[in-house]
Design a protein around this ligand. Structure first.
Ligand code: ATP
Ligand code: FE
Length: 347
């Protein structure tokens, strides 16, 4: 099987061609960072407009790179949610147009299922496995037992960890995206200098919280600024190291609990925060201790892309899933309801 995948749920316009033997023939991602930069965040209307303008070009480019035409495909998979609804609708409409024009089967994919199934595309892992999704917008533990079978074991009750990295970078005057900047500063820092909290470790279960940690960094910063009139480079490095260590500790302990609650042979991660080497090392240790393998897909497939959507579409298609012209975009779509029928407008 060869599928076209389309992704437009946030600020990346993406198209990809993927084969059922896990070969990625093309994966095109057009970001929108420059469009939103001056607003300090993604503006939904601007994002939707840019998706409408760029989607066909991305699809054409992906087909050209793969050396294929629409006639060579076996199906079209598209992110049908969750995400910014204008962008999701732009993708769904294009996918419906292609399906109607060619007669190809249409499969609506949950964006989070795309992330969660990526280690099967990149590393060919089998079910069941534990997926820790840690990105700029999401943070959850998923017990994955099938292409459309996800059980949520816990997740953040406030910010996502990537969001916390970005906010901490902003507090300390470091550039965006904050994750790589904080990691670089932390390399020269002393993680033990400041006493930062480890939120929710005193409570049972796998839920996480990151907003208190960010506030703790803010307090330390304000204290230093009040005492010495500003931040020295070493203060910044030490705060970054301390913050990063706290995030790694919390993620590691909650992952240990998730593996203990639902033992599986593989721990997999996805999302931009999985790029962090301190966090990766901490998770690797947890996996080793639990006797599980640790799988982290390459970064380009950990962040938003359409190859994961094409792949999730192939997996769902193999299970018999087909959508029709009633396929509707959903701003919200909890992953543990992935197999629920998707009929009706926006329901
Ligand atoms: P989502 O996919 O949930 O909609 P998103 O598109 O913002 O959200 P990703 O593209 O997966 O998320 O990841 C981006 C996030 O990852 C940013 O918050 C960024 O700061 C963070 N990040 C990237 N590299 C690192 C790193 N080395 N350490 C920590 N965080 C990182
Ligand atoms: Fe994503």
């Amino acid at each position: 099987l060869t599928f076209l995948g389309i992704e437009s749920s946030c600020d990346d316009t993406a198209a990809a061609i993927v084969r059922s033997d896990a070969t990625i023939l093309a994966s095109v991602v057009a970001g929108q960072v420059a469009l939103h930069e001056s607003f300090g965040g993604v503006v939904p209307e601007i994002a939707a407009r840019a998706h409408v303008e760029k989607l066909d070009l991305c699809v054409e480019e992906a087909l050209a790179i793969a050396g294929l035409t629409l006639a060579d495909l076996d199906g079209v998979a598209v992110t049908a949610g969750p995400g910014l609804i204008g962008g999701v609708m732009a993708g769904v409409m294009l996918a419906k147009g292609i399906a109607a024009g060619t007669g190809l089967p249409l499969v609506g994919v949950n964006h989070l299922a795309g992330h969660a199934l990526t280690p099967r595309l990149t590393d060919g892992i089998g079910f069941p496995y534990l997926m820790l999704l840690v990105s700029g917008g999401h943070c959850q533990f998923l017990h994955v037992t099938g292409p459309e079978q996800f059980q949520r074991l816990g997740g953040t009750i406030d910010d996502a960890p990537g969001e916390a990295f970005d906010k901490v970078a902003k507090l300390l005057g470091l550039p965006q995206p904050g994750g790589p900047a904080v990691q670089a500063a932390a390399r020269n820092g002393n993680a033990g200098r400041f006493d930062l909290p480890r939120p929710l470790l005193d409570r049972p279960g796998c839920d996480l919280s990151f907003s208190g940690l960010k506030t703790a960094v803010l307090r330390v910063r304000d204290g230093l600024v009040a005492a010495q009139g500003g931040l020295h480079e070493q203060d910044r490095n030490d705060l970054c190291a301390g913050f990063q260590a706290a995030v790694a500790d919390v993620l590691a302990e909650k992952t240990r609990r998730a593996l203990a609650a639902s033992p599986v042979p593989v721990l997999a991660v996805a999302g931009g925060v999985a790029a962090n080497s301190t966090i990766r090392e901490a998770l690797q240790r947890v996996a080793d201790q639990a006797g599980a393998a640790f799988v982290a897909p390459p970064l380009a497939l950990c962040t938003d892309n359409a190859a994961m959507i094409a792949w999730a579409g192939i997996e769902a298609f193999r299970m018999g899933r087909r959508d029709d012209m009633t396929l509707a975009g959903r701003p919200r779509w909890p992953l543990d309801q992935s197999a629920a029928p998707m009929l009706g407008a926006g329901k």
